[in-house]
Design a protein around this ligand. Structure first.
Ligand code: ADP
Length: 504
């Protein structure tokens, strides 16, 4: 099967959060299973091109329509982690992707609308006819109505459209005129059953357009798929999702264990696995090496070498992630003989400022370390060094960090919501109905709720080390790889393709 993924992120070279990991991991697994996979992303100027192999120009003169004129683009092709990637570089005077950042520009909707049309022009003009075009989030959602209203009318009818919502909080709202700019009829789309925003009838909602026009929409965990059908979590799109429920499902994200794996991790000073006794004398990568990395990271971050558990947290610092509870974890760890490491940055200036203040307040404290920017290498080392990993999200579509933490032997302490509830099961669950306990969970998004889980984790770490060790080993051996989720995506792809054959 030939599948093209069109996205705004691709790890490791263009990553802001989980979307980048998912594009890489899912595509890699599909490719391993023998499918023909192409990825199309913007050619951001901040991409580290050292991570691209054999980068060459495949089209120096791709014309794409924007705001009444045809604009030239260069399309590059190169290999990222052995996947074929096309990069679209617009030669528009507004330099849409030469901004030194991925997101956060005032004209983000215009930038990605431009990209959506250019990506479709590229596929159409190259006469590539994939079976599936898989879109991700609002940034590429406009491709669904473009395909239906424009390209299908030009007899480009083979591909089916799959659309994945990674976070319904981000919807891409714009004016009908913005849609006109890419050749759609904005006014014609401004109706309840099409792209009209449910809360502001004068606006277009791009995410809604993906849901309405895609052949199938997914989101990133079964629990979140249920939550977004309710008015509490649907962010105004619950009615649209309910209407299209027969083509909507939740598939849990996986983890790419060729990238996130302490046995082979390229960023770790030493490797380890869940093995306890070397199978042969040459095999020294046992679980005890985790302690070495803990010492290494403490030295790197100037933390005390002491008998204290390290609580790690790696997150985009946005309200969704439970900002107050992250700060409370720091206080709890300090008051209870623990250490706290935070790696995170915020697109919201007030939150970034708040954490800078906290950083300043604890400057020189040997038990706290805050790093307030994006740093891939440090992230890998923190997962490896941490004993516990806190994810106190208010809501969480899937969450990857808790699953990565498990693989690195850091026990997750998470709020029971969305994908966190689908992946982390409390060791003390009195009903014992869930699968084998692999972490600590809490329900109330309050300091008391958080402490109800953290205190049990601390208690086990200090007083029942053997139990803790077994918990680590069990967690490291859980399979949250892409193997099963990619089969679920393939089932959807196959069903859609079979449907189109029935029709023809
Ligand atoms: P979201 O997509 O909401 O940001 P996820 O849990 O799905 O949350 O994915 C977060 C991804 O981003 C993980 O791979 C995590 O390690 C990474 N990450 C988040 N913040 C940083 C940071 N400051 N530095 C490095 N990696 C980060």
């Amino acid at each position: 099967m030939h599948i093209i993924h069109i996205a705004s992120e691709l790890a490791p070279l263009a990553k802001v959060g989980g979307l980048g990991d998912v594009t890489l991991g899912l595509c890699r697994e599909l490719s391993w299973k023998g499918h023909d996979i192409d990825i199309v992303i913007p050619y951001y100027d901040c991409i580290d091109s050292n991570q691209i192999r054999d980068l060459t120009i495949v089209n120096n003169d791709l014309l794409s329509y924007y705001a009444g004129e045809w604009v030239t683009n260069t399309v590059w092709m190169g290999w990222v982690e052995n996947l074929k990637v096309y990069f679209i570089e617009p030669h528009h005077p507004r330099h849409f992707f030469n901004r030194g950042c991925f997101y956060g520009c005032e004209d983000d909707t215009e930038r990605y609308l431009y990209f959506s049309r250019a990506a479709m022009e590229f596929i159409f003009k190259s006469q590539i006819e994939p079976d599936i075009i898989h879109l991700h989030d609002w940034q590429t959602a406009a491709i669904a109505p473009l395909y239906y209203n424009m390209y299908q009318k030009m007899n480009f009818v083979k591909p089916k459209i799959v659309f994945t919502i990674h976070n319904i909080d981000y919807q891409g709202k714009c004016s009908p005129a913005d849609l006109d700019n890419i050749g759609l009829n904005g006014q014609a789309e401004l109706t309840k059953d099409k792209l009209q925003d449910p809360s502001d009838p004068a606006l277009i909602n791009l995410l809604k357009g993906g849901i309405v026009y895609a052949d199938h929409t997914t989101t990133v965990s079964p629990s979140y798929a249920k939550e977004v059908l309710t008015s509490k979590e649907g962010r105004g799109l619950e009615t649209t999702l309910q209407k299209h429920q027969n083509k909507f499902s939740g598939i849990l994200n996986g983890i790419d264990y060729s990238y996130w794996n302490p046995e082979i991790d390229r960023y770790l000073p030493s490797h380890y696995s869940s093995r306890e006794i070397p199978a042969n004398k040459k095999d020294h990568n046992t679980l005890n090496k985790k302690a070495y990395i803990k010492r290494y990271v403490r030295e790197r971050l100037m933390l005390d070498e002491a008998h204290r558990p390290i609580v790690g947290c790696i997150a985009r610092l946005v309200p969704q992630k439970g900002i107050d509870l992250i700060e409370h974890t720091l206080k709890y760890a300090l008051a209870n003989q623990g250490q706290f490491i935070l790696l995170g940055s915020s697109p919201i200036p007030a939150i970034q400022e708040r954490f800078h203040k906290i950083q300043h307040q604890y400057d020189g404290n040997p038990n706290v370390q805050l790093t307030l920017h994006y740093q891939e290498e440090l992230a890998h080392q923190i997962y490896a060094a941490a004993d516990m990993f806190v994810v106190p999200s208010i809501f969480e579509p899937c969450g990857l960090t808790q699953m990565i933490a498990l693989k690195y032997g850091a026990i997750p302490v998470v709020r029971k919501t969305g994908g966190l509830a689908d992946t982390i099961f409390d060791v003390d669950d009195p009903t014992k109905q869930s699968p084998l306990g692999n972490g600590y969970t809490f329900e109330a998004p309050t300091p008391a709720g958080l402490e109800s889980a953290l205190s049990r984790a601390f208690d086990c770490w200090f007083h029942r080390p053997e139990e803790w060790r077994q918990l680590k080993i069990n967690g490291m051996n859980i399979d949250y790889s892409w193997n099963h989720p990619s089969d679920l995506y393939l089932n959807i792809y196959i069903k859609l393709c079979a449907k189109s054959k029935d029709v023809s």
